[in-house]
Design a protein around this ligand. Structure first.
Ligand code: SF4
Length: 482
């Protein structure tokens, strides 16, 4: 439904798909397992091989047996008819019909779920069943854990309006299914225009392989509009500079484009603006970076589904003469938020000036801590008001190095300005990015008391320390540029 080329590639060239930067499948599995306890006595028809792939025939046979056995609710209820197959997350037997419960770990209902449930309803009705209601069952973001988890409160089951959206999808299905079969059977991949869905598509790199390096998409602030330009044959920044829209580009985008057009790889510096920014910094400055994680099913008192919380921070305290002092925190139990907040207010005295890269993230984390711990709120809120954002000189175009390749993300800025720091990241033994850090944290807790614990802890601390050390080094480069 998203893109016929995606359908074709998934079947004929699956090896070209790239894994997502952040894999949420584990969360989906956890929430799916919990949903199986929503109705008492649910028959679970999940049948998987050793690699975790569904065993279709076994799943269909188990569903048949559960239906004949009079099961009231069936998890992974599988049906196949006329070459079509579906597995319903939870199938609930009503008086004269069935209800479909589609389980999602996301906190809101997305439009794309509706086609999926429409297809399930279509397959079930082709198989002779009547589907009366369709529910999207997802965690309710308002739910807060108090005592034991209440599954009935945790899930918000939103009844999809069958008469509108799903019926429209159902009307389109009979004509669409032969088209899908034709797409799959084709010997070559379908030619497709780019669309907004390309951004998160696993085949993005494959489909954009012929787009040149100085592409419109690398231009600062262009975002998903780049795909519209590609479809019109406007591939490079040079092509884009000839369009009427170029005149409306931001100052930051024009600085980048002019460097590309002039084939100039020297650094651009607006010395006046950069000096004004640097003059606002009061020393000692506290370079702060948090690592956060979240759990789809809350485990700690008062927490909501998917609520993010910090488990680690690094803090470099830089004096006016460049002297550095380092402080850090890494939780030694999963619920370490209180300990982190207490140490944070001890490590950063009232009235201190803080610095972060993209400071809104750090500010929001501190505000969340203040909401959670009212007794620490006055100190925490004071900290959150004293931030300077190291992103500003890059975002506002006071400093641009063509090696940033158009990006203001610290992932591109840091190696462009401080190549030695980029090397240091590559040499890290355990954790190399924020996603690895958050996946490593539960492992660290599980390793407590075991011989590997010290090495994992050391590796996690080394990674977070480099993050704030990078900020110190970036600031040094900026100071040298005026
Ligand atoms: S990147 Fe875009 S065009 Fe290519 S398969 Fe994905 S959605 Fe389709």
């Amino acid at each position: 439904m998203q893109c016929p080329k995606l359908c074709w590639l998934s079947i004929h060239k699956p090896g070209e798909a790239e894994p997502p930067a952040r894999d949420n499948r584990a969360n989906g599995i956890l929430v799916g397992e919990l949903a199986k306890t929503y109705f008492l006595g649910t028959a679970d028809c999940t049948r998987l091989d050793a690699a975790g792939k569904p065993l279709y025939a076994e799943q269909i046979a188990a569903t048949k047996a559960a239906l004949l056995g009079g099961a009231e609710a069936i998890a992974e209820a599988a049906f196949s008819v006329g070459g079509l197959y579906c597995a319903v997350d939870i199938l609930k037997r009503d008086v004269n019909a069935f209800s479909i419960y589609e389980v999602k770990s996301a906190l809101t209902v997305k439009e794309k779920y509706l086609t999926d449930v429409a297809f399930q309803k279509y397959v079930l009705e082709q198989a002779g069943a009547t589907v009366e209601h369709i529910y999207i069952m997802h965690p309710d973001k308002q739910y807060a854990l108090h005592g034991a988890l209440d599954v009935r409160q945790y899930f918000a089951a939103e009844c999809v309006d069958v008469n509108k959206t799903v019926t429209r999808c159902l009307d389109e299905l009979p004509a669409l299914l032969p088209e899908i079969e034709k797409t799959i059977a084709a010997g070559t991949e379908p030619a497709m225009d780019f669309c907004r869905a390309c951004k998160d598509c696993p085949f993005n790199r494959y489909c954009t392989r012929d787009i040149p390096e100085d592409c419109v998409g690398s231009l600062s602030g262009i975002g998903e509009k780049a795909y519209d330009y590609y479809n019109k044959g406007i591939l490079t920044i040079a092509d884009y500079a000839k369009t009427k829209e170029y005149a409306k580009s931001t100052r930051r985008a024009r600085i980048q484009a002019e460097k590309v057009l002039a084939q100039d790889d020297t650094v651009y510096v607006d010395k006046t603006a950069l000096k004004e920014f640097l003059d606002r910094i009061e020393y000692p400055v506290y370079h702060l970076d948090f690592e956060t994680t979240q759990k789809p099913i809350p485990e700690f008192e008062g927490f909501h589904p998917d609520e993010s919380y910090p488990f680690q921070y690094s803090l470099h305290i830089e004096a006016a003469d460049g002297t550095l002092n380092h402080r850090e925190f890494l939780g030694d139990e999963e619920n370490c938020v209180r300990a982190l907040a207490e140490q944070l207010v001890r490590d950063i005295p009232a009235g201190s000036r803080l610095m972060a890269y993209n400071a809104s993230t750090e500010k929001n984390i501190i505000k969340d801590l203040a909401r959670r711990f009212p007794d620490l709120a006055p100190q925490l809120l004071e900290l959150s008001s004293g931030f300077i954002d190291l992103l500003e000189p890059f975002k506002k175009g006071y400093y641009y190095d063509p090696k940033q390749k158009g990006s203001n993300s610290i992932k591109e800025v840091m190696p462009a300005l401080c190549p030695a720091m980029a090397e240091a990241y590559h040499r890290l033994p355990v954790v190399h990015n924020g996603y690895e850090a958050l996946s490593m944290f539960p492992r660290l807790i599980a390793l407590k008391g075991m011989p590997e614990y010290a090495a994992v802890r050391k590796g996690m601390l080394a990674y977070c320390e480099l993050d704030t050390r990078s900020m110190v080094e970036i600031l040094k480069v900026l100071r040298a540029a005026i």
